[in-house]
Design a protein around this ligand. Structure first.
Ligand code: UGA
Length: 467
């Protein structure tokens, strides 16, 4: 298939690279010339496992980059819209970029039949609007169909999620459009891709070939919003349970093990912490609530999901305060700035929000993150935040270590080395990366989420007394 992907953000870039990997001819379009030039030079603008390999493999053969939308659309049979849908002040999704692309596509859709595919997360009815806008801008309705093919990839594992999805959702009204979308994924649904020796390795839980769900565009649009809202609800639910555990002295990890081992509930996304962040959940829960309201349904559950999420960060701040008594003048080692491990993305990162609060209260933060420092610098333009090149350097002389992102390397720290580096042996872990008993054994005062605090088992807190 000849595919144009409009928008080279996370979804567009990963989708484009993966479609090329599946054997399609892809033109990736972005209206920011510098981005296009950087991609043509061989740069990968985001930190994403396997993405540089795929782009190197297919650059200038099966994937090309351009800012010329008309030329890309004219040559293509399928046009995927993967531009941003950022939140507006009132929580609605801003669909002006989608509308602008629909207008431009309308002008060059030509007479060869094409499908226009929504890949961005959009509210229900967007496909109807795209169609209307295209017709109003001169496109012949016999020459195109608008379809919805939502993407479920997570940052950090985006390439594997795309190539090994739990499901492929095809939302189309006509059989012709459905058949073309099926063709886009045929190497996956036939299993051919997975038999290639060069295929990106399958994640452990991959069920092959992936399941295909064929439905209407409206249902497809709802599947995407409802999936993200449900996952966010699961996280807020477990955070609320963690707060209950703290109130009664229970252990949320054990509670989640018990609850999550019910197959109907499942263990995934049942990890408490400092609240969900990123460019998707906060925006999508809020947009879904707005869409529901517009459609005449008051989806108040979603308001509570958001309230619990905001509250979770405040609770963690109180936890840090409680562990250190006062924050003014304290030096804190902060591990993690990205909104989750495996990515350099700091959009809506609870870690960034917490660092801002700590600084407001007079603390100095020495931060370490394996990938997100560049982006964090822009968000934290203050002298009170400095950056270290390792967790141990960050910990040197700090009054406490605060863990804010679930990078794997933060769960594998050399605890003796950490203990020697810190001024006070205090660890406040917002991601529950360690077993409390192990931390007590290693000589730390350990505070985590939804689990009892522990104090050093063996070592005397000499540093604390000396200070
Ligand atoms: C999310 C969805 O998981 C994807 O399926 C979806 O395609 C994507 O949004 C999107 O709409 O584009 P992503 O934002 O990359 O993916 O990140 P997640 O792995 O879902 O994590 C979101 C947030 O929830 C992070 O801050 C993470 O730390 C937090 N989280 C996740 C928890 O606090 N607990 C958990 O158990 C799981």
């Amino acid at each position: 298939m000849r595919i144009a992907v409009v928008g080279s953000g996370y979804v567009g870039l990963v989708a484009g690279a993966c479609f090329a990997e599946l054997g399609h001819e892809v033109i990736l379009v972005d209206n920011v010339e510098e981005k296009v030039a950087a991609l043509q030079r061989g740069e990968t603008p985001i930190h994403e496992k396997f993405l540089p390999e795929l782009l190197d493999r297919h650059r200038n053969s099966r994937i090309k980059f351009t800012s010329d939308l008309s030329a890309a659309v004219e040559k293509s049979q399928a046009v995927f819209i993967a531009v941003g849908t950022p939140p507006k002040e009132d929580g609605d999704a801003d669909l002006s970029y989608v509308e602008s692309v629909a207008r431009d596509v309308a002008r060059c859709v030509g007479s060869e039949y094409k499908i226009v595919v929504e890949k961005s997360t959009v509210p229900v009815y967007t496909s109807d609007w795209i169609r209307k806008i295209m017709v109003l801008n001169g496109a012949n309705p016999d020459h195109f169909d608008v379809t919805s093919n939502p993407e479920f990839l997570r940052e950090g594992t985006a390439v594997s999620d795309f190539l090994y999805p739990d499901r492929i959702v095809i939302g189309a009204e006509s059989e012709r459009a459905r058949a073309m979308l099926r063709e886009c994924y045929a190497p996956m649904t036939s299993g051919d891709y997975y038999r290639r020796p060069t295929a990106i390795p399958a994640p452990d839980a991959a069920k092959l070939p992936p399941r295909v769900i064929e439905t209407s565009p409206k249902s497809a649009e709802l599947i995407k919003h409802a999936s993200n809202a449900f996952l966010a609800m699961k996280i807020s639910f477990v955070n609320a349970v963690a707060n209950m555990c703290e109130a009664v002295g229970a252990d949320v990890e054990q509670v989640c093990e018990g609850v999550g081992s019910d197959n109907r509930i499942g263990r995934r996304f049942l990890y408490p912490g400092i609240g969900y962040g990123g460019s998707c959940f906060p925006k999508d829960v809020s947009a879904f609530r707005s869409v529901a309201r517009e459609c005449g349904y008051d989806f108040r559950l979603l308001e509570e999901v958001m309230r619990i999420n905001d509250n979770q960060r405040d609770r963690f701040l109180r936890k840090i305060r409680k562990a250190l008594w006062t924050l003014n003048g304290k030096k804190l080692a902060v591990l993690g700035l990205a909104f989750k491990g495996g990515t350099d993305d700091v959009r809506e990162s609870p870690a960034i929000a917490l660092v801002k609060s700590l600084v407001r209260e007079g603390a100095e933060c020495v931060c370490y993150d394996p990938a997100a420092v560049e982006r964090a610098r822009v968000e934290l333009p203050t002298k009170a935040v400095t950056y270290a090149s390792s967790p141990y350097e960050a910990a040197q002389g700090a009054h406490a270590l605060v863990i804010l992102t679930d990078w794997e390397e933060f769960s594998l720290l050399d605890l003796d080395r950490l203990h020697s580096a810190l001024r006070y042996p205090i660890v406040i872990d917002g991601r529950n990366l360690y077993k409390p008993a192990l931390m007590a054994e290693a000589g730390f005062h350990y505070h985590s989420v939804g689990r009892p605090e522990t104090v050093p088992a063996k070592r005397e807190v000499s540093a604390m007394n000396a200070a």
